[in-house]
Write a protein that binds this ligand. Sequence first.
Ligand code: FES
Length: 291
Amino acid sequence: MLARFFTRLIDAQSVWARPLGDFNGRLLSAIFRPLGSVKDFLNGKWLGHALHPALTDLPIGMYTLVILFDVLDLRQAADIALVVGILSHAAAALAGFADYTDTDGKPRVVATVHATAMSLGIITYIVSLAVRLGDPVDRTLPIVLSLVGYGLVIVGAYIGGEVVYTLGNMVNRHAWRFGATAKWQALDVTDIPEGVPVKARAGAQTLVLVRQGETVNALHEVCAHAGGPLSEGTVVDGCIECPWHGSRFELTTGYRKRGPTTFDQPRYEVRRAETGGWEVLRVSAGSGGEP
Ligand code: FES
């Protein structure tokens, strides 16, 4: 009941959040796309896990300490915790903006509401810090500002949870595709032209095939990042590049060579069937580290 109320409230923000999100998306693309490996770092490609959520706990913990130290009138401790909170908040925001660049549709709208609440939160905390640094005798104003900032951050954190847990943004699209299989399955294609992505089916699986000489490489068709169709992508430097946000997966291993994905792509072995066609065997589930 309460969750439904909050969901409706968030949805109602699309009036301003949609155009703002589209503007931010264009702006962030212009900033981050040329940065390549910096953006990959901020996305968490090196970690095999999104970096943003791993960083968000630090500012929230620090802001909670600020409240505690304010109550105990430990002024210096409160100010130090506030500085650390603001700095870690800025770092988490940077990683969050890298992820935000590659959102679309409803996740982008809700992420815009999240980012707005978090931005207002950090601005409120910066004003609180500025007032504190003036060393006022009466600290009521900066304390009230900190409490307002805390409310904004908690609301922003709730909305951030919606982006991931309700809308599945930055969730591995193959999270429930466990392990390798032991059974070879027939592919529904016979002709695989050299160097061109080909969409194929094997039972319930949809794959993208790329033939390189005598070797046929096969990865799952659905991009681990946000579900883009890899068979509509391009082959670049031994990788398939997703047409939606540009993630690259190594054709021979499924390894993530370029973000925004932080996950690998499930990989399949391909061989000639006795009947003359082709058949595949899944050999990896995707995700994990560098092979
Ligand atoms: S869906 Fe985002 S890179 Fe493929």
